[in-house]
Write a protein that binds this ligand. Structure first.
Ligand code: SF4
Length: 297
């Protein structure tokens, strides 16, 4: 019987990550590799949450630094979820070259937050306040303007007549809708910017469908990637034979024992070569079998 491999159409890099990696590659390429004695190329935090991709960039000369204080010269790549205004100002103050790989969708959310605050709106930011993207959005809100990041804060807000809402790009529509409802109960005027990017929802929808059809489901991507872990949770809830692995090296024959349909999805930070490596290894395990690989959407 033919073995089937179904790959989620959206598996792997989203638009913003693809762009950030291309910018990093180009920056590293211009210098010609990681030789010492040249201006260093640094990224403020890992460019993406995928250890293998970060390692590849490191080999090309892109070094990951934790904070602005660790940077004194050279080029600094700002990753897709942006940077706070104060960090950007500090970098400018150091005279380093800023290579901005902020995803345009994140930039939009930052701009809306700033505009709302300038137009006298309190700003509700829907998202994880500890996430760098949310920190960067909040940093664009003018000083002295009330900022709310939880439904409870919205419900308890006092003295606010108008509020504007923006969301972290990876938030769910349901969560944004819950904040909108809470805000409408509390404030006479509410303005909403739907800054959610559909990359996350699309990956989740496709993975949900796929996990329901497959005998075994694989979620490929960094263990440190929140969106990949979330995909694994979603698939696991539907298909108990779900495996979250980082690379093909973890794929063992017993994982696919007895399976005729294997589903594959990958987080927005998983490079294409990881997906291809997985397929090659799977084909190796199924040597001699007839295999059909197709996309699922
Ligand atoms: S998930 Fe959306 S907003 Fe975030 S980097 Fe990817 S494309 Fe940009």
């Amino acid at each position: 019987m033919t073995k089937k491999v179904l790959i989620a159409k959206s598996a792997g890099f989203c638009f913003g990550v693809k762009r950030a990696i291309a910018i990093a590659d180009e920056t590293a390429g211009k210098r010609g590799g990681g030789s010492s004695g040249e201006d260093p190329i640094q990224s403020l935090g890992p460019i993406i949450h995928n250890p293998q991709a970060v390692e590849r960039l490191q080999e090309k000369g892109v070094r990951v630094v934790g904070t602005v204080d660790d940077i004194s010269c050279g080029k600094v790549i700002i990753r897709s979820h942006g940077v706070t205004r104060s960090d950007r100002a500090a970098l400018e103050g150091k005279g380093v070259t800023i290579v901005d790989a902020t995803c345009p969708f994140v930039t939009k959310a930052q701009e809306h937050a700033r505009t709302l605050s300038r137009e006298g709106y309190a700003v509700v930011v829907v998202g994880d306040p500890n996430h760098p993207e949310v920190k960067s959005i909040i940093s664009y809100i003018e000083a002295g303007v009330p900022v709310f990041t939880s439904i409870r804060e919205v419900a308890e807000a006092k003295g606010v007549r108008k509020a504007g809402i923006v969301a972290q790009t990876t938030q769910s529509f349901d969560n944004l809708a819950a904040f909108v409802t809470a805000a409408m109960k509390r404030f006479p005027e509410v303005r909403v910017f739907n800054t959610i990017c559909n990359a996350t929802a699309l990956r989740q929808q496709e993975s949900t469908g796929l996990a329901g059809m497959a005998d075994v489901m694989f979620v490929l991507g960094g263990y440190n990637s929140a969106n990949t872990r979330r995909l694994a949770e979603i698939c696991q809830a539907i298909n108990p034979r779900t495996h979250h692995i980082e690379t093909d090296k973890e794929l063992a024959a017993e994982m696919v024992a007895g399976a005729s349909v294997v589903g594959v999805t990958a987080g927005a930070s998983t490079p294409q070569w990881i997906i291809e490596g997985f397929l090659e290894r799977l084909k190796g395990l199924w040597k001699g079998e007839s295999i059909q690989v197709s996309f699922y959407r």
